[in-house]
Design a protein. Structure first.
Length: 212
């Protein structure tokens, strides 16, 4: 009796197809806040294809979102071992460290993640938040500027950049970025207040120069 070639094809590809379907279902559950359903889907996907880092990243993210930091760290590390240059795993580890207030370790992992994926907005904002906690802003500006070259209208990143420019006394650059932000969202009071402060500092500088 001859075997059906279509059955052989299905037998070979069924695990991969099932893996993809489970990951999609896990993502859907996670987006809806059904972390129990997401966990079940990602766990089954990881059993089907234990060599793939994706399901472990999904599972670790569920652990992180539900406050299970130890499980999150160990599962992100499994994903990283499977693929050392997995930006999602590195970013996930950074978030675990940030949640533990281990800011230097979080900073290091965010940098590694951004070296692999400069468009990772979560890592970029995490790096900014971590730097604020540490009081150290070295190297951040270049990542913000690089991201904005590809995403020039991202207001959250523009505001971070304006804040850094103002903090570093780069007042003209700060004014330029804030003016662009207010062009995009004229009613934003927070941005308007920062722009007014920057304008006051620039006026004080100009007055000082005029009197010297």
């Amino acid at each position: 009796m001859q075997s059906n070639p279509h059955n052989r094809f299905d037998a070979v590809h069924a695990p991969g197809q099932r893996h993809s379907a489970l990951r999609e279902q896990g993502d859907d559950h996670a987006e809806r806040g059904d972390f129990g359903g997401a966990e079940r889907c990602y766990a089954e996907a990881s059993r089907l294809t234990p060599e793939e880092p994706g399901p472990y990243v999904g599972l670790a993210t569920v652990y992180l979102q539900t406050g299970r930091l130890r499980e999150a760290e160990s599962t992100f590390r499994i994903a990283q071992r499977l693929r050392p240059n997995c930006a999602e795993a590195l970013g996930g580890l950074a978030m675990v460290y940030q949640a533990r207030r281990a800011y230097p370790s979080a900073f290091e992992m965010y940098l590694k993640c951004l070296e692999l994926d400069s468009d990772n907005l979560v890592a970029l904002l995490g790096l900014f938040q971590t730097s604020c906690r540490m009081g150290s802003f070295a190297m951040i500006t270049q990542y913000l500027e690089r991201y904005l070259r590809s995403h020039p209208g991202d207001t959250s990143v523009l505001f971070c950049l304006a804040t850094l420019y103002a903090r570093d006394n780069k007042l003209r650059q700060a004014r330029e970025v804030l003016a662009e932000l207010l062009r995009l969202q004229p009613q934003n009071a927070q941005w308007a207040r920062l722009l007014a402060s920057v304008e006051d500092l620039l006026a004080a500088e100009a007055s000082k120069e005029a009197n010297t």
